[in-house]
Design a protein around this ligand. Structure first.
Ligand SMILES: [Zn+2]
Ligand SMILES: [Zn+2]
Length: 243
């Protein structure tokens, strides 16, 4: 199959023929139809991840934000079959450790070894392996294109978890999104607005904060901290509870 390969960190990717992956018993092989590009890809490619963060060694194939069609499933897989349209939430779990069993699959005790494009060769290729496929893929409706779906599994799913699961945002509440102009920030703005919140978008970049305004923020500011906090307090009447 063809893949875009890192032959040397920091150098242009090289499209070349590489061996096709084999399907593990718990996994699936997905034919990649679309794949997002993430800041994580840049950090891995350039070798500039945060201290203690993941690193890759060349040769390597990036790509963790993908959507596609199931090509093959392993003998232990029950939920999927060839031809299913799927996307991949990029914090996978094994479905079986204490964290996974408690509903916190995104912090699976073994998750660090399970991310295609980070832990092993990813989806900048025609085919990619998903481990523990029964718990690590989401079915796509026909109405959702592969290109749109490829953006969901990283920034949108993380922002959704923060806004909906953790913060439990309700209609009419105020939500301030700092760094609103980045991929994760814009996703948080859209999701909070869809949840009915009044969103305040904070970002020091004028053009980026303007994009947040177009995507549903009711107020935007380019103020830096601590001025931004003062502006939010003034706007909402909120009583600051932390410094
Ligand atoms: Zn990503
Ligand atoms: Zn687990």
């Amino acid at each position: 199959m063809r893949a875009a390969v890192i032959e040397e960190l920091g150098q242009p990717l090289v499209v070349q023929e590489v061996p096709e992956p084999t399907c593990p018993p718990d996994g699936a092989i997905v034919r990649v139809m679309a794949n997002g590009i993430c800041r994580t890809d840049w950090a891995l490619w350039s070798g500039n991840f945060w201290a203690g963060g993941p690193r890759v060694a060349a040769p390597f194939v990036l790509g963790h934000e993908f959507a596609g069609v199931v090509e093959e499933v392993g003998s232990e897989v029950r939920r999927w079959r060839a031809g299913d349209r799927v996307t991949f939430p990029m914090n996978p779990g094994d479905g079986d450790c204490g964290m996974c069993r408690a509903g916190h699959q995104h912090v699976c005790e073994h998750g660090g070894t399970l991310v295609p494009g980070v832990s092993y060769w990813g989806a900048f290729a025609e085919y990619v392996v998903v481990r523990f496929a029964d718990v690590n893929m989401v079915a796509l409706p026909e109405s959702l294109s592969f290109v749109s779906a490829a953006s969901l599994g990283c920034r949108y799913i993380a922002a959704f978890h923060g806004i909906v699961d953790q913060a439990r945002v309700r209609p009419g509440e105020w939500v301030a999104v700092y760094g609103a102009g980045g991929g994760m920030g814009l996703a948080a703005v859209q999701i909070a607005a869809a949840a009915g919140a009044n969103v305040i978008a904070v970002d020091i970049a004028v053009d980026k904060v303007a994009a947040a305004g177009r995507l549903g923020a009711v107020h935007t500011t380019t103020a830096a901290a601590p001025e931004a906090a003062a502006e939010i307090v003034e706007l909402t009447g909120a009583v600051p509870t932390c410094r």
